[in-house]
Ligand binder design. Structure first.
Ligand SMILES: [Fe+2]
Ligand SMILES: [Fe+2]
Length: 184
């Protein structure tokens, strides 16, 4: 996605991740109400988060935007927000691992793991929604004020270079099919 600033594509990616998070919230609610767990759905979610959110979106954030921001004399509070956002990325990996482990355990026939799965999904939904809101509101707008137009354009170009390799459009198709397959 082309945008005029390097945060425009990142915010666009948040919306796609947000759609998967909505599905996770519905799935957690459905299983919590006694519905049978859907391992295929969980596998797809884990794969989407690992590839799209972690290997693609977080890499763009950490290697490009956060990396360039560190070279600026950011006020202490904003530098701390940046550090906490990077810590969130690590925590996110741990929660997704928990969900993936629980799903593998379920595949081995251990039904007692279902509450752990529900909990991991609920934790992810709550925590990652907050993470994206924080980036959208508390980090992206203030950090952009530290960059010149030329610097912003250079960051955007780097993001687009990653896009040309990874072709993120296919993830939107993946999310659409997840939405179509699992719910009304
Ligand atoms: Fe992030
Ligand atoms: Fe983000």
């Amino acid at each position: 996605m082309k945008g005029t600033t390097p945060v425009a594509p990142l915010m666009f990616e948040h919306r796609l991740i947000g759609r998967v998070i909505s599905l996770m919230a519905k799935e957690a609610k459905r299983v919590e109400a006694g519905g049978p767990p859907n391992s295929v759905f969980v596998d797809n979610v884990v794969d989407f988060i690992r590839v799209f959110a972690d290997r693609y979106h977080h890499v763009k954030e950490e290697d490009i935007l956060f990396g360039e921001a560190r070279k600026k004399a950011l006020p202490a509070e904003l530098a701390q927000v940046a550090d906490e956002l990077v810590q969130d990325h690590r925590r996110q990996r741990a929660v997704v691992q928990e969900l993936s482990d629980a799903n593998a355990e379920l595949a081995r026939g251990n039904k007692a793991i279902v509450p752990t799965m529900i909990e991991a999904m609920k934790t992810f939904v709550e925590f990652y929604t907050r993470h994206m809101e924080r980036e959208d509101r508390q980090f992206f707008p203030p950090v952009m004020t530290f960059f010149s137009e030329v610097e912003k354009q250079a960051m955007l170009e780097k993001e687009l270079a990653i896009d040309r390799i990874l072709m993120p459009e296919r993830f939107a198709v993946m999310v659409e099919s997840m939405e179509d397959s699992w719910w009304d």
